[in-house]
Design a protein around this ligand. Structure first.
Ligand SMILES: O=C(O)C1=C[C@@H](OP(=O)(O)O)[C@@H](O)[C@H](O)C1
Ligand SMILES: C=C(OP(=O)(O)O)C(=O)O
Length: 430
């Protein structure tokens, strides 16, 4: 399905909410499924990725129901999962694949995980290596370091793992496997990646601790006898809010309030980057609930300037780089995005896909090994046919670019937004 986008000159005024956070939604199903009792989840994101997570656990005998917009997950405890009959289909979701692999390494049955064409090209040695060090029996079936993955029953040992990448998926896979190990497990990251697993594990009764160490941040988990059901209220997804924040920043006269957005420090780097660019953002009604910080975000149209986005900020805004690149194309001066080589191993190579599509719209952009350099264009961008290569973040970022570009923009295969934000184009039209 191609989506056509016309230039929009009317300001964005009023209030909105965005759907629940994808990372937290995945984890609420996973922990609910291995806990004893019934977990209830409100504001769960019904995006394709999180539905893939639900389907995988249903296939392992977990009862997951929806009533009045509340999802309930009835887990049978840490050892309550049953051997799946068929292949566990993880779709487009790296989070499902990597976190679930950590859990599956601790089970006493065989399982196979496989995804779509994009997922089956993404690197899995980053989890195969540490999980194998723990004694896990996990292999890439095609021996190419990618899914499909086959996992067999094994006894797990605790390890101290120094992660090469700041990746919450790697960290979480190891910590979840650590629940099933014979001794404590730790993961050290140079820069702390999103910490939703640690926060939620505590809510389910897990014993997790975090400390600053010489090498960065070390997160430790002790083997658990059981986890216990909890109640999770998922905050709005800052990654989804980012597109509308960007639209309001770019369209003159806009003043938009986005309510109930997750602003966990390890996730909210986008807000810091926008502030560095001179964006007018105000946080209102900030509070912490279930360990996760949230707030309403008031955003007003702003004249943006170029900046450097790199270093420690990168893990906290990694999924927002496509939309930051769009903002940079409209900012005054040069924006350098660096230390973001991880972009190459997402749903697409996001350095190439962003740069190619920005160039199509007439932007001044140069890809680099670990990011890109963008020089803002006073005359603005011109509408174009955008090929997001089935990458939801690229489709949404360029829909916003199309809103302010001259002429018409067409987003090819726009339905790929279903992965993280199925109602995106409905919100967009409103
Ligand atoms: O743990 C998570 O929920 C996620 C972690 C990030 O990936 P990495 O762990 O590969 O950095 C992010 O890009 C992804 O959208 C969701
Ligand atoms: C990279 C993403 O997700 P995942 O790794 O779960 O596929 C994303 O949502 O941008």
């Amino acid at each position: 399905m191609n989506v056509n986008i016309e230039k929009q000159t009317k300001p964005l005024l009023g209030e909105m909410v965005v759907p629940g956070d994808k990372s937290i939604s995945h984890r609420s199903i996973m922990l609910g499924a291995i806990a004893k009792g019934t977990t209830s989840i409100t504001n769960f994101l019904k995006g394709a990725d999180c539905i893939a997570t639900i389907d995988c656990f249903r296939q392992m005998g977990v009862t997951i129901e929806e009533r009045n917009d509340i999802i309930t997950v009835t887990g049978g405890g840490l050892r309550g999962l049953k051997q799946p009959v068929g292949i566990l289909e993880v779709g487009n979701s790296g989070t499902t694949t990597r976190l679930l692999s950590g859990i599956l390494c601790g089970q006493n049955f065989k399982s196979i995980l496989s995804g779509d064409a994009s997922l089956n090209k993404r690197p899995m040695n980053r989890i195969i290596n540490p999980l194998s060090q723990m004694g896990g029996d996990i292999v890439s079936i095609k021996k190419n370091g990618c899914a499909p993955l086959e996992i067999n029953a094994a006894k797990l040992h605790g390890i101290d793992y120094l992660s090469k990448v700041s990746s919450a998926q790697v960290k979480s896979a190891v910590l979840l496997a650590g629940l099933y190990a014979d001794a404590p497990t730790s993961v050290t990251e140079k820069v702390l990646s999103r910490n939703h697993t640690e926060i939620m594990l505590k809510a389910f009764g897990g014993n997790v601790s975090t400390e600053d160490t010489y090498d960065g941040t070390t997160i430790s988990v002790t083997p658990a006898d059981e986890l216990y059901a909890s109640e999770i209220d998922v905050p709005g997804d800052i990654s989804s809010a980012a597109y509308f924040i960007a639209a309001a920043l770019l369209i003159p006269g806009s003043e938009l309030l986005i309510k109930n957005v997750g602003i966990n420090d390890t996730r909210a780097g986008f807000l810091q980057a926008v502030l560095k660019m001179g964006g007018d953002l105000t946080l209102l009604n900030a509070l912490t609930s279930g360990g996760e910080a949230k707030a309403d975000i008031l955003v007003r149209h702003s004249k943006l300037k170029g900046t450097t986005i790199g270093g420690k900020l990168i893990p906290s805004l990694i999924d927002e780089i496509p939309i930051l690149a769009v903002l940079a194309a409209y900012a005054e001066g040069e924006t350098v995005i660096k230390d973001a080589a991880e972009l190459k191993v997402k749903e697409t190579n996001r350095i190439d896909t962003v740069c190619d599509n920005l160039k199509n719209m007439g932007a001044f952009v140069t890809p680099t090994e670990d990011g890109m350099i963008i020089t803002g264009k006073e005359a603005g961008l011109t509408g174009a046919v955008i090929d997001p290569k089935f990458d939801h973040r690229i489709a949404m970022a360029f829909s916003i670019a199309g809103l302010i570009a001259k002429g018409e923009t067409t987003i090819k295969d726009g339905h790929c937004v279903d992965v993280s934000f199925p109602e995106f184009f409905t919100y967009f039209k409103q």
